[in-house]
Design a protein around this ligand. Structure first.
Ligand SMILES: Nc1ncnc2c1ncn2[C@@H]1O[C@H](COP(=O)(O)OP(=O)(O)OP(=O)(O)O)[C@@H](O)[C@H]1O
Ligand SMILES: [Mg+2]
Length: 554
């Protein structure tokens, strides 16, 4: 019962997908049952063929009927496997989409605790396991149970004794499976975890190929991959060994059951109590009672894998969505204020009881040494992370106020630290800032970001394709594209996190000049290490030793 309780949550989660595709799954089940029923009938037909033949009666009709059934079975099973492929695709994509949707709406801070390689593994390999379980394993179990009942009573009709004898395999099966399921689950979890580690390494080393090469870490990387592969192999092998032990035990019980039936049948024939036809039915049916039981035992590892993977995916889908409050104030121009703000990522406090106020229309420079908490302050202002204590709110010139939440991001434009371009065309990257922007708007944004000139010189202009992390253009060019992406949004609140760090001073001045010409002119929060930017700012925030000091620059 303990196990049932533990499986209740994943079971419920899995069943929401079973429910969604119930008609198709039932159809597949019906196909399978039709096949079992028909093949059971062929056993009875074969008995009649043997009995009729041994009594020199006509068998042509029965043989034709037998062939019709055989053909029917082949056709239905082909249709069934086609349907199963279709439903499998739908279910696995359905799960991936649901979970991707959840992850993308969850808090950035929580999702970031997982390695992206781990998330991808859960969304691919684990989602595949669940889909396979929903489409194949669960219907198989139902079908095998029905088949078992059907065949058992058919055999019971011919021989009570044999039917009971054939069930010998059942307690062995159940016992062995019960004992094995728990250990198997631990092993299965290890298998999936090692898969995640392996994927994460693969993904990260390829994304940082340059670093691998710069430090001549090629051999080391290949060795590390081999090591991770070995680790995975170890768990896969242990799981297989363990699974095999279970199925071998059950297989042995099966053989004993069959041998007993065979001996008993031979004994009955020698005493002339049954015909050869009945003997063939005995053997076939004993086989068919045992087969579903053995098959059911074979489903155990699959069920274990289904639940292990379901739990791994559920863990992701249970990350709560971030708070997203509706912004109901006039957003033409926004200011932001923080009151008694304290923030710690885990234990170490980055900011302690700080308050500041950036009035609507103000341009504020944020300064402080590396690692002091500038980016963290931005993450708080943009609600990527939640304050441990205190509050952040936005307000407008009319004095209306709205609390900080994910909802505010509709009104903020952000140029993050580092290269944040996507692979694709420059146009696609800019459109991420405003999906329905016209060509004229793109041109304006690029000009204001001082990116227009170099892009015009590219043979494909804004339709030039750039690679992952802006591969194919320079760091400073990538920064200006990221700035244009923020400019085109025309948000009332603009945030630069060292957005011009890769630019020479003259270009930087041009970009800042562009920022000043933005209409409407937004409030700005500019993180910088360069004093030259200060002359464009009306105030300054200095972070030092977890505290903030504000200074007016006018
Ligand atoms: N995701 C995180 N989890 C835990 N600690 C973090 C995380 N991000 C940053 N920190 C820590 O918080 C502190 C502030 O980091 P932050 O990135 O805000 O610094 P910064 O002022 O922007 O530095 P830089 O000028 O180098 O960009 C650092 O000590 C850093 O180690
Ligand atoms: Mg930073």
């Amino acid at each position: 019962m303990g196990i049932l309780k533990k499986y209740r949550r994943p079971l419920k989660w899995v069943f929401q997908y079973v429910k969604e595709y119930k008609f198709r799954i039932i159809l597949m089940l019906l196909f399978d049952l039709a096949i079992s029923g028909a093949s059971l009938y062929t056993v009875i037909l074969s008995k009649r063929i043997i009995d009729n033949a041994s009594e020199s009666l006509g068998i042509t009709g029965i043989i034709i009927l037998y062939i019709v059934f055989m053909l029917g079975i082949q056709i239905v099973s082909a249709a069934g496997s086609l349907l199963s492929t279709l439903v499998n695709e739908k279910v696995s994509f359905g799960i991936r989409k649901d979970v991707y949707d959840k992850i993308i709406r969850a808090s950035w801070h929580t999702v970031n605790r997982y390695h992206s390689g781990d998330i991808v593994t859960r969304l691919t390999s684990d989602a595949g396991n669940v889909a396979d379980g929903v489409i194949n394993t669960i219907p198989s179990i139902l079908q095998l149970c029905i088949e078992l009942i059907l065949v058992f009573f058919t055999l019971f009709y011919y021989s009570h004794f044999l039917a009971i004898l054939a069930l010998i395999v059942a307690p062995v099966s159940v016992g062995v499976s019960w004992l094995f399921a728990r250990r198997l689950k631990v092993l299965q979890k290890k298998v999936q975890e090692s898969e995640s580690a392996y994927h994460s390494f693969l993904q990260e080393s390829l994304a940082n190929l340059l670093i691998v090469k710069a430090f001549t870490n090629e051999d080391y990387s290949v060795d590390k991959l081999t090591e991770l592969r070995k680790e995975r192999f170890k768990w896969v092998f242990r799981r297989s060994k363990f699974g095999l032990l279970g199925t071998t035990t059950i297989g042995l019980a099966f053989q004993i059951g069959y041998l007993s039936a065979f001996t008993y049948g031979a004994f009955l024939i020698s005493s002339k109590s049954i015909t050869y036809g009945t003997m063939s039915v005995f053997l076939a049916l004993v086989n068919r009672v045992q087969a579903p039981i053995v098959n059911l035992a074979h489903q155990i590892p699959k069920i274990v894998s289904l639940f292990t993977s379901a739990e791994r995916i559920m863990e992701l889908s249970e990350i709560p969505p971030e708070e997203k409050l509706e912004v109901n104030i006039d957003t033409t121009l926004l200011g932001v204020k923080a009151e008694h703000l304290t923030f710690a990522y885990d234990k170490d406090t980055v900011l302690e009881d700080v308050s500041f106020n950036i009035a609507p229309g103000e341009s504020t420079a944020v300064m402080g040494e590396s690692g002091i908490g500038k980016t963290t302050l931005i993450r708080l202002v943009m609600s990527f992370v939640k304050p441990t204590e205190g509050s952040i709110s936005y307000y407008n010139t009319k004095g209306e106020e709205t609390p900080g939440s994910a909802g505010i991001r509709k009104y903020t434009a952000y140029v993050p630290q580092g290269n944040t371009l996507f692979s694709g065309t420059i146009r696609e990257n800019i459109l991420a800032g405003k999906h329905d922007a016209t060509d004229a708007e793109i041109e304006e944004a690029l000009k204001l970001a001082s990116a227009y000139d170099f892009i015009s010189e590219l043979s494909n202009g804004v339709d030039t394709v750039i690679g992952e992390k802006g591969f194919g253009i320079s760091e400073g060019q990538a920064q200006r594209i990221a700035i244009a992406r923020a400019f085109i949004k025309k948000a009332p609140f603009l945030i630069f996190d060292e957005a011009t760090s890769a630019l020479d001073e003259a270009t930087e001045q041009k970009v800042i000049g562009g920022l000043e010409r933005l209409t409407p002119r937004p409030s700005c929060l500019i993180i910088t290490h360069r004093k030259s930017i200060l002359k464009f700012c009306t105030s300054q925030i200095m972070i030092e030793d977890k505290k903030i000091t504000t200074k007016s620059l006018n």
